[in-house]
Design a protein around this ligand. Structure first.
Ligand SMILES: CC(C)(COP(=O)(O)OP(=O)(O)OC[C@H]1O[C@@H](n2cnc3c(N)ncnc32)[C@H](O)[C@@H]1OP(=O)(O)O)[C@@H](O)C(=O)NCCC(=O)NCCS
Length: 177
């Protein structure tokens, strides 16, 4: 996994050493309005990040890529503001997800981070299709995906992914090189 730089952000391959700063950011209840829950403890998050350093699913069939996102500060360092992740499959498709602390919403930073990850997935991992699964009520996430060129998947694709009735499956093809 490589570090990815954008104009305002650095995406760093996620390590257990990031757990402490991420625990503070991921404890923001606004992140979980539609799904998931905050990490139960710092120890829990550190253990999870340690396992994820394998970058693989337990059966070895998928690559699990996680980058923490750092907002560049004035002197080349800055705060962690969230993360982006991709489940990379051998068939050239990747399922993406992302979470950012609410203090950083509304500035286009999540879009910038996800755009950079999609470019990396296409160029370095040869991914041709991107998928995202979200709660239908999660308008912010829906807007982000639409802005990045995702569209609602077909009803057949919803069935294939076994999506729940309150979820939307979004799809985008990678740009041709
Ligand atoms: C989903 C989530 C990442 C969206 O964050 P966000 O900051 O709204 O997303 P973006 O980075 O695309 O920013 C868009 C906003 O920035 C504004 N913006 C400012 N400058 C911008 C720029 N240069 N480019 C794009 N948008 C910009 C947009 O107008 C928009 O504001 P609005 O929502 O008031 O219309 C965030 O809400 C989140 O982390 N939610 C909790 C976790 C979650 O739901 N994850 C998704 C599960 S599928």
């Amino acid at each position: 996994m490589r570090r990815i730089d954008t104009s305002d952000l650095t995406l760093e391959p996620q390590l257990a050493a990031h757990a402490e700063m991420m625990f503070a950011k991921l404890s923001d209840p606004a992140i979980y309005e539609y799904e998931n829950a905050p990490p139960v403890s710092l120890e829990w998050l550190r253990t999870r990040y340690t396992k994820l350093e394998s970058r693989r699913s337990a059966d070895g069939r998928e690559q699990w890529l996680n980058w923490v996102v750092r907002l560049l500060g004035g002197h080349g360092s800055g705060e962690l503001i969230g993360y982006v992740q991709a489940t990379v499959r051998a068939d050239g498709s990747a399922l993406i997800a992302y979470e950012f602390a609410s203090a950083y919403w509304g500035r286009g930073l999540a879009s910038q981070a996800v755009t950079a990850m999609l470019a990396e997935l296409a160029s370095h991992y040869q991914m041709r299709e991107f998928w995202a699964l979200l709660k239908r009520k999660n308008n912010r996430s829906m807007r982000l995906l639409e802005r990045l060129g995702f569209a609602l998947a077909s009803s057949e694709q919803h069935v294939t992914f076994a999506t729940h009735i309150d979820e939307a499956l979004m799809h985008r093809r990678a740009a041709q090189p």
